[in-house]
Ligand binder design. Structure first.
Ligand code: EPZ
Length: 422
């Protein structure tokens, strides 16, 4: 296992390009199973999660080839296997996205239950509720979801809200299954995230009839067949947001290119409230610290509010912002694994239910810390960039799952990070 050693204190400056979106490409890869024909997906980030999905698609019987330029060719062919094993699903929850497409194409699917993860319990009841409403029979057996349908899936009206609001991947799964169902499906309380919109655009290019993506009501008129297509995935808004906080925390000046500023309005607003200058361009933002940081309160909520996937990075900034900031997590109330680790670096954070009360300190000091999930790991790297001395971020396979060339890109901006074997 690798670790990152970060020598703190460098001011980050320069330009960085954002890769394709992890959370858009994974469901799109699953959606390609809805057609027998080949789809070509461009702007695919080079990430472990993408490799895991490639393995899963191959294990289902599809041909999948990813080249060095981020072009992924997937040819599902006529005969797919309806089985997604635990060994692949357990390493990546997004594997559950194959459930809807397999069911719609083959009339059956057996997919391992993903289980919990470091950010807390992550049930899939809404996925199952949606597929059941479309006519699937569902059984949970020996850790697997077994689902089949006697006849073709039938469109219907489905309310997809849970205790924490809408669900991104449940909306994706139901939308994919409904694309090949008979008749009209209406998803109420659909997730509005840009990644859901990107999936809808991909499906529409394949020939699906979908309206309302990006709003809480999505309507899908089922079609008999979908075709293979060429598609370019949107930029990763979470990666872009992470570099925005990297600039802010290091008193830096970074131009973040090949991104979509409109996907990050809530993040830009918070940074501006914190006293950071953000200039928006068509496909770029420049993030520059001009003076003292100010404390801000952040509450994570579904899109277009502040994303849970940038909560930890925002917290890293608040640890060195004078005053008190309150960060409230409304999507995953236990997503605070980074708190004790930031504490080891001298941060003063008190947890109170789903809120973290952050008292800004003058400086963080480098320490060995342990990464627990993808975004928590990113927050520890950001903290390391500004800490005195060396910070050792252990177990960084989480970062490799979701950030393309993180230390390379940061080093190009002036950071001093090296990778070593643990
Ligand atoms: C997606 O996960 C993302 N993953 C997550 O990104 C992201 O944190 C999350 O959306 C929220 O934005 C991918 O896109 C691959 P949800 P997803 O269903 O769809 C509850 C990252 O770091 N819920 O929108 O699984 C759930 O527990 C990751 O890149 C149910 O109760 O998240 C949570 O409280 C981590 N029942 C809330 O809904 C369900 O059936 C929203 O989760 C499903 C979800």
């Amino acid at each position: 296992m690798d670790k990152l050693i970060i020598k703190g204190g460098a001011r980050l400056k320069g330009e960085v390009e954002i890769a394709g979106s992890k959370n858009a490409v994974l469901p799109i890869m699953a959606a390609s199973l809805l057609s027998e024909e080949e789809s070509v997906i461009e702007n695919v980030p080079s990430l472990w999660d993408v490799q895991t999905m490639v393995k899963l698609l191959r294990s289902l019987g599809a041909k999948a080839i990813l080249d060095d330029n981020g072009v992924l060719k997937i040819k599902p062919g006529a005969s797919l296997k309806p089985f997604a094993p635990y060994k692949l699903v357990k390493t990546m929850r997004a594997s559950v996205c194959v459930l809807g497409p397999l069911l719609a194409r083959l009339g059956e699917a057996e997919v391992s239950l993903p289980g919990g993860c470091a950010i807390g319990p992550r049930p899939i009841d809404l996925h199952l509720k949606g597929l059941e409403a479309l006519g699937a029979e569902i059984e949970i057996d020996h850790g697997y979801v077994r689902t089949k349908t006697r006849k073709i899936l039938r469109g219907t009206e489905i309310y997809l809200g849970g205790g924490y609001g809408s669900s991104v991947l449940a909306t994706d799964n139901v939308m994919m299954a409904a694309a090949l169902a008979s008749g009209r499906t209406v998803i109420e309380n659909a997730a509005c995230e840009p990644e859901v919109v990107d999936l809808a655009k991909f499906l529409k290019k394949m020939g699906a009839k979908i309206e309302g993506e990006g709003s809480p009501r999505i309507e899908i008129e089922g079609v008999k067949k979908l075709r293979g297509v060429n598609y370019r995935v949107i930029p990763d808004r979470i990666e872009a947001g992470t570099y925005m906080f990297a600039s802010a925390i290091t008193n830096g000046d970074i131009l973040i290119r090949k991104m979509e500023p409109g996907h990050l309005n809530a993040v830009i607003d918070k940074l501006q409230q914190a006293g950071v200058r953000v200039e928006k361009y068509k496909n770029a933002v420049r993030v520059k610290r001009t003076g003292r940081l100010r404390p801000v309160d952040v509450t994570t909520l579904p899109y277009p509010a502040f994303p849970t996937d940038i909560q930890a990075q925002a917290m890293a900034l608040m640890t060195v912002t004078p005053g008190i900031s309150i960060i409230t997590e409304k999507i995953y109330p236990n997503r605070f694994m980074h708190v004790p680790e930031l504490g080891r670096m001298g941060a003063k954070i008190f947890l109170e239910g789903p809120s973290a009360i952050v008292h800004g300190v003058k400086k963080l000091s480098g320490a060995p810390v342990m990464a627990s999930d993808l975004r928590a790991s990113a927050a520890l790297v950001l903290a390391g960039l500004v800490a005195t001395g060396e910070t050792e971020v252990q177990r960084i396979y989480h970062l490799d799952r979701g950030y393309e060339n993180l230390e390379f890109k940061l080093n190009m901006l002036g950071a001093r990070i090296r990778r070593e074997k643990e």
